[in-house]
Each structure stands twice: as structure tokens, then as C-alpha cells.
Design a protein around this ligand. Structure first.
Ligand code: SAH
Length: 347
């Protein structure tokens, strides 16, 4: 009796799949066909692989499973934002979001179940990190959102941001492998320029990305350029200090010549003073930078509060005068807990 657990076929590379077919006495080419079904066509069953013989499909069935995600619940915000609760093959749940504008559809995807970091203002941080997502689980979130974009907005997905649950750099290999598949013509064929990986800033992995010559964009969740302040709201900053982060970003810029985006929330009494913005200007000075001022999405008892408009205006004015591109981002999907920092599997 078969007691061994069947292997997830999407853990195989294309070459491994080709070798498998050769070992079965079939042609290596069969591996290419199946690979195309698994990735480009995102098939969820061997049954669906209609140009593969019934016999071969049964043989695959006997050896492998196709672990795929299932959108358990879809919520739509009154502003058009869609949030998916995504069930993984082992029953765990993550969330991903489709953010439509008049011209674009952006997918915000998760990279971990829960998060290993402890940002005080983020709902996901309250969940324990359970595990990293596999490349196919990241890929499937993108496919699901692309399908929804075509269905509800009549256009394919245009952009991807790794700003859902988890710290993407703490799941480095799987995130990069997923992006490889998403950008490959054998996958979804998306341009890496339309993909942004957002990190709270793990210095040695930022350097590794530069060494690996990645072509996607980098966003750093900064929130303060003063160590004491940043450590009080993002406690891991005690380990990965601003000096280390800055050095890693200088390395990144020297190697990639790619502009750095900073995400930044201004909170009342925390980082809304003149010296906070001055520190930010000094921090960004070494490379072309863009600062996204994100609206705070309350997650709790009010320990954190969005700063006054006058503080936001001071930030915008000071940054602009110093030649730093700045945008003020309004939140989307707040009514369904789909906005930045609100993903916490409430459903
Ligand atoms: N771990 C990654 C990506 C996930 S968070 C990172 O830290 O970058 C995506 C963005 O939402 C980050 O910039 C994060 O700091 C921000 N964020 C977290 N909680 C928030 C909240 N309650 N309101 C607004 N933005 C928040």
C-alpha cells in the first residue's frame, strides 16, 4: 500500500520534470508540456491537462499532487478594492488584495503566514509567524488576482507589490523564485519593473539582492530616520540599525542605480516634529529617493494616531524643497480591513 506522501509537482524545476519523464521511459519534451500547464496555464489538476494522454495523467496522479491555493472568501470594498482570504494546502490562511485605479490593477501579495517582525503599528505583527510561503503559493495569489482583474475590471493585472502579510526578505529564496516565475515568459511574463518588494530593511539581504542583480523595485518601510524613535516602533531596529540599513542601501544604489522608495507614516507625537523630517532628509540624501507618506490605518486602541495635516504639509514641503519626490497616499479598502497593516485574517 502507498503510504509515502506524494510530492508537490511544482517543487520540481523544469529540468527535474524533464528528467522524470525520461526516467519513466517517456520523452523529455513531455516535461515541457506539463511545466507549461503547471505555470503558464496555472492548472489545478492533472485532469485539466488535455493534451497529455489519460495514461500519463494517471501516472502523474500516482506520483504527485498539485498543491494550490483556494480563495476562501472574497470581500469587495466600496472603493473597488478586493480582498481575498486565501487558504493554503495545509489549511493556513493568508490575505491578498487587488487595488484598482482608473488605469491600473495592483496586486498586494503576502510572503509569509503571519510575520516574524514586531512592528508595533501593524496588525499582521500580532499573528505569530507560522511559516514561509512557497513560490507556488505566492505565484497563485498573483494568478487569482489577475483573474479577478480581468473579470471585474476587464484588464490584466499591471503591478505587484509585496506589501501583504510577512517580511519578504525573511523568505528570500522563495520570494525570488516566485518573481522569477512571474516574470518568465514561461510563467506570467510580467516586467520586473512593475514589481515592488517592500521590506522593513534587513541590511545583509538588501546587499544580497544587489549582488543577485534583481530587476524589481525596492521599497523600504522607514517610518523614522532616528534610531531611538524607530526602535520604539519597530523593535528589530535595535538589531538592524539605521547606520547598517543606510550602508546597505548605499551598496544597493551603487550596484543597481535604482531609485529607492521609502514608506513612511507620520504619527502624532512620534515623528511629526521638525527634527524628524530633517533626519529623513539627511537619511535619503545619498541617492535619488521617493517618499510615500502613507495614511495610518488604525488597528487598535489609539496608541498610534495619524498626525495633523499641518505635519504632513511640513513633510511634503521640506522634502520637496530638498529635491526628494514625495507622494501622499490615501488608503484603499479600509472598510474591509484590506489597507496597509490591516491584514490579520479577521474573517
Ligand atoms: N514587511 C514588509 C511588507 C508589509 S507591510 C514591510 O515592512 O515593508 C506594507 C507597508 O504597510 C509597510 O510600509 C508597513 O510599514 C505599512 N504599515 C504597517 N502597518 C500599517 C498601518 N497600520 N497603517 C499604515 N501602514 C502600515
Amino acid at each position: 500500500m502507498e503510504t509515502k506522501k506524494k510530492k508537490d509537482i511544482r517543487a520540481l524545476t523544469k529540468d527535474q520534470l524533464r528528467d522524470f519523464f525520461v526516467a519513466q521511459g517517456d520523452k523529455a519534451f513531455r516535461g515541457n508540456q506539463v511545466y507549461e500547464w503547471l505555470w503558464q496555464k496555472a492548472a489545478h489538476s492533472f485532469e485539466a491537462m488535455t493534451n497529455i494522454s489519460k495514461e500519463t495523467r494517471n501516472m502523474l496522479e500516482a506520483h504527485f499532487v498539485i498543491n494550490h491555493i483556494k480563495v476562501d472568501q472574497m470581500q469587495r470594498s466600496k472603493d473597488g478594492t478586493i480582498k481575498n482570504a486565501v487558504r493554503l494546502h495545509d489549511g493556513l490562511v493568508v490575505e491578498s488584495v487587488l487595488i484598482p485605479t482608473s488605469t491600473r490593477s495592483t496586486a498586494c501579495v503576502s510572503s509569509q503566514v503571519g510575520c516574524s517582525l514586531d512592528c508595533r503599528f501593524c496588525a499582521t505583527a500580532r499573528l505569530k509567524r507560522m511559516r514561509n510561503l512557497n513560490p507556488d503559493e505566492i505565484y497563485d495569489q498573483v494568478v487569482a488576482i489577475d483573474n479577478e482583474s480581468r473579470l471585474y475590471f476587464d484588464r490584466p493585472l499591471s503591478n505587484i507589490v509585496f506589501m501583504g502579510m510577512g517580511e519578504p526578505l525573511m523568505n528570500y529564496n522563495n520570494v525570488l523564485e516566485a518573481i522569477d516565475k512571474i516574470t518568465s515568459p514561461e510563467g506570467l511574463g510580467m516586467s520586473p519593473k512593475r514589481i515592488t518588494v517592500s521590506t522593513s530593511g534587513v541590511p545583509k539581504l538588501i546587499k544580497k539582492m544587489a549582488d543577485d542583480q534583481v530587476r524589481f523595485k525596492l521599497a523600504v518601510s522607514l517610518h523614522s530616520a532616528i534610531d531611538e524613535v524607530r526602535t520604539s516602533i519597530m523593535p528589530f531596529n535595535a538589531t538592524f540599525t539605521l547606520a547598517d540599513l543606510r550602508e546597505a542601501l548605499e551598496y544597493w544604489y551603487a550596484k543597481t542605480k535604482s531609485r529607492i522608495t521609502y514608506e513612511y507614516v507620520v504619527w502624532k507625537g512620534i515623528n511629526d516634529a521638525r527634527h524628524d523630517v530633517d533626519a529623513l532628509v539627511r537619511f535619503c540624501a545619498f541617492a535619488p529617493s521617493k517618499v510615500n507618506l502613507i495614511e495610518y490605518n488604525p488597528i487598535d486602541d489609539g496608541a498610534f494616531q495619524q498626525a495633523h495635516d499641518s505635519a504632513i504639509a511640513m513633510y511634503v514641503d521640506t522634502l520637496e524643497r530638498n529635491g526628494i519626490v514625495v507622494t501622499v497616499r490615501r488608503s484603499r479598502g479600509k472598510d474591509i480591513d484590506a489597507a496597509c497593516g490591516q491584514l490579520a485574517n479577521k474573517g
